[in-house]
Every structure is written in C-alpha cells, then in structure tokens.
Design a binder for this molecule. Sequence first.
Ligand code: FAD
Length: 463
Amino acid sequence: MTDVHQTIVQQTIATLREALGDAQVLTGQAISQRHYSDWTRHAPACPAALILPRDTQDVSTALRICNAAKQPVVPQGGMTGLAGGAVPTSGDIALSLDRLRGIEEIDVAAATVSVWAGTTLQEIQQAVADAGYLFPLDLGARGSCQIGGNIATNAGGNAVIRYGMTRELVLGLEVVLADGRVLNLMNKMIKNNCGYDLKQCFIGSEGTLGVITRAVLKLAPQPGETTTLLCALPNYPSAVALLRRIQREAGTPQAYELMWQDFFRMGVSWLENPVPPMSDQHPLYVLLESSARRDVLEQVLDDAVGAGEVVDAVLASSHAQARSLWKIREATGEFPTRLAPLNFDISLPIGQIGDFAQLCRARLEQRWPGNRSVYFGHIGDSNLHLTVDCHSLPQPAPVLEIEELVYSAVGELGGAVSAEHGIGLLKRDFLHHSVSDEALAVMHQLKSCFDPNGILNPGKVLG
Ligand code: FAD
C-alpha cells in the first residue's frame, strides 16, 4: 500500500468509527485471526479494519462511506468457504455479518422462515425443526457457516438431489448495494413474476454485487424414517440406470453418493474396524438414503439385480449399521490429516461423469505415474469431487499444472469448474474453461452496474 493509500484508508476508518461507534470498527490485534482467511487458509492477512454492523442500517452506512472513499470491502460470513471468497488483503476492510444473527419469524402457514444473514445454518435447522419443519440445506460446516454465506455461494450439500441448491430454497432477500441503498426483496410468495427477479443476481455472487442482510427461506415437511442402502455396481452406466430406476419406482432419494473403488477402499481402511461391509473388488459403490417403504426398496433392489445394475447390496437393518456405512463416505473429513489433498469440486452432465473420471485418471497417470487420486461424488446432482494426494507427487507439488490439467478436461467435456463451492479467488483464473467470453463480458457489465466503483470483494469471481 502506498503512503497516500494508507492515509485514505485511515481516514475512512476514522469516518466509519464516527458513524458507527468504536465497538463496531476494529483494527490491528483486536481483529480475531478467524477473519484473516477462510477454511482454505489461503493467503491469510489482517484486514485494515473489521466492521461489525448491528443491523441493516449499519451495513448501509458502512458501505456508503466506503463507496465514497472507493475503499474495497470484503463481506465475511462464517469463514468456512472453500474458494477463498472471503479472504481479505491488508488493504481491504472486512465486513462481518456475525452480529446480524437470529430468526425473525417462522410463518407456519406460508412454510417460510425469515432470518438475519449472520444466523448459522444449524440454528435455522433447529429452530424450524422445533416448529415441525425441515430446512433442507445441509452441509458439514452447518455449525459455523452462515445463511448469508450459503446464499452468497449458492451452497449445495447433502440433500440437493431431493430439494435443490440454496437458490431453490430462497424466496426473498434484503440486500445492501455498494452505494448503501437497501433493496427490500423480502418475498414469501412462491409465485411472483413482478419484473426481473433481482434476488437471483445476488445468490451465488460471492459478495461481489451486494451484501445480503436478511432472507426468506422455503421450508419442507419433515421427512419420515429413511433407509440406508449400499450397492456395488459393475460400471458407471449402472450408477445412472439405478438412480433413474429408484426415482421411477421409489421416488427421488435423499442422498445418492457414488464412490469409485479407490475411494471405497481408502474409506474402509480408515475405519476403526477396517472390515469392508462387502467385497472391495467392485469398480463402484453407491450409498443411498431413501424415505420409500422398505419393501418397495427391496423390490427395486431385486429388479436392479435382475437387470445387472447391482451386483451386491447391504440394506442397513439398524441405525448403527446405517451410521457405519456412512462412515466410509465420511472419510473426506480425514483428508486434511491423512493426505496432502488438492480437492476439486466440479460438475459434468451425469452421463459423462464416468468418462471424465477415466480421462482424468489416465492423464494424471501419464503425467505423474503412480500418483494417487480418488473419485467420489453426488452424481445425482451432476457433481463430482476428486482429490489428488500431493504426497504422491514430486515436491513441491505442481499444483497449478494439476489444476490446469483437471479444469481443461472439465472444459473439454462441457462441464463446470465449480459445482457448489463457488469461484472466489482460487478458481477465478480457470473460469474461462466453463464460461464463454461473451458471458464473461456480461458478468463484468453486471458487476459495473451494481458496483460501479468496484469496492465489493474486488478480485473475487472476476479478475
Ligand atoms: P464465507 O466463507 O464467510 O464466505 C463465502 C463467500 O460468501 C465469500 O465470497 C463472502 O464474501 C460471501 N459472503 C458471506 N456472507 C455474505 C453476505 N451476508 N452477503 C454477501 N456475501 C457474503 N459447501 C457446499 O456447497 N456443500 C458442501 O457440502 C460443503 N461442505 C463443507 C464441509 C466443510 C467441513 C466445510 C469447512 C465447508 C463446506 N462447504 C460446503 C463450503 C462452505 O461451508 C460453504 O461455501 C458455505 O456456504 C460458506 O458459508 P460461510 O458463511 O462460511 O461463508
């Protein structure tokens, strides 16, 4: 930062303190390290200041002041993001939604909940469960991530196949624009075709177009008992055929998690009691959760075995057995301690995921013989995760080269370089593999329209 820039930042901080009070504008050591980086721990930096607004008006005042000074602002939620979207530089001012927290209203008739953006996902899930509803968004970071962050990243998670991504669960928003104007889009109605649906611009925009302060969310009925089923499959097309069979005959499952053999074996080997629930010689395994009646599920399974789609299966007969099957899939939670993981979150049309995994594996093997990569995913949502273990590569690990290899293969097969984690900083330079020049140009135009001074989360999503 130049001396002139430093002086402008200090003046802006003084103006913010005057307008909001000292307790709402922290600097230096008063800023917790939690605000230096997100879950990726990418490029941690103490921001020039941290604003902690108490309400929408504070957010509006803060943005108006920063916009007038052309001061970059980084919106921050629970800091669990996996794309570097909430990471500040030392010249940025971070704006945390931590204090905009709480449930405003559960409307039982409309089946909606109105919340402040800083409310954690888990708090929302619990509050609506007490009222007899389900808020179906669910992900591992539920205890720390905030609904504002979930909306800003259009988060996916465990139940997308049944309920959709965050975008499908948001009915209304309140957003503060870069110049401080407050857009009240707090709608509870399912049908509302009054002009452009502006809220959609902010969902998935990763804090680059506006700051989300409140939201109206759609609720679902609580599901009944579910059954957990692990199936071994002979090949990838069987995974797609089985999914469509289940949807036809037993309804859409709550979860449909595909694991390639290498992932399955690794997950089993990390169990306390590393005994596979079935032979570990099959090419693919699917773990699924369904709320269909057990006898219906058994019939589907019989039919699938008869059609050659399933070669072995375990239908959990107790909650404990279901948990132990899920433990294999939850091996991902141990990646950071057991591997040096380079994780990819990508999407491809479901019919092409098997080919992609084969292509990617072959290219990685050709370039770095003997490397270790594992494949798994929510394929019902067209979402594949792949993890390359950097321990198995020459050091220092050629991260950029691996990313280029994977993302260019995604582009070749018409896929998306981000399925659910967003673009942030970490995928920004690969966006062109999935987005055309024309679409990128329109994204830049949209950014200039909402944020002409470019103060909101500069450098994220778009370069
Ligand atoms: P942050 O990390 O604080 O911010 C993320 C982005 O949103 C940033 O660009 C930030 O600027 C912006 N932002 C935050 N709040 C606001 C706001 N109020 N207004 C405007 N912009 C804002 N993600 C999935 O999609 N599916 C998963 O299954 C999943 N599982 C995870 C499991 C674990 C263990 C962890 C650590 C993360 C997981 N994630 C998953 C990633 C992460 O939890 C999500 O991206 C989540 O939505 C981020 O929410 P957050 O509040 O932590 O946002």
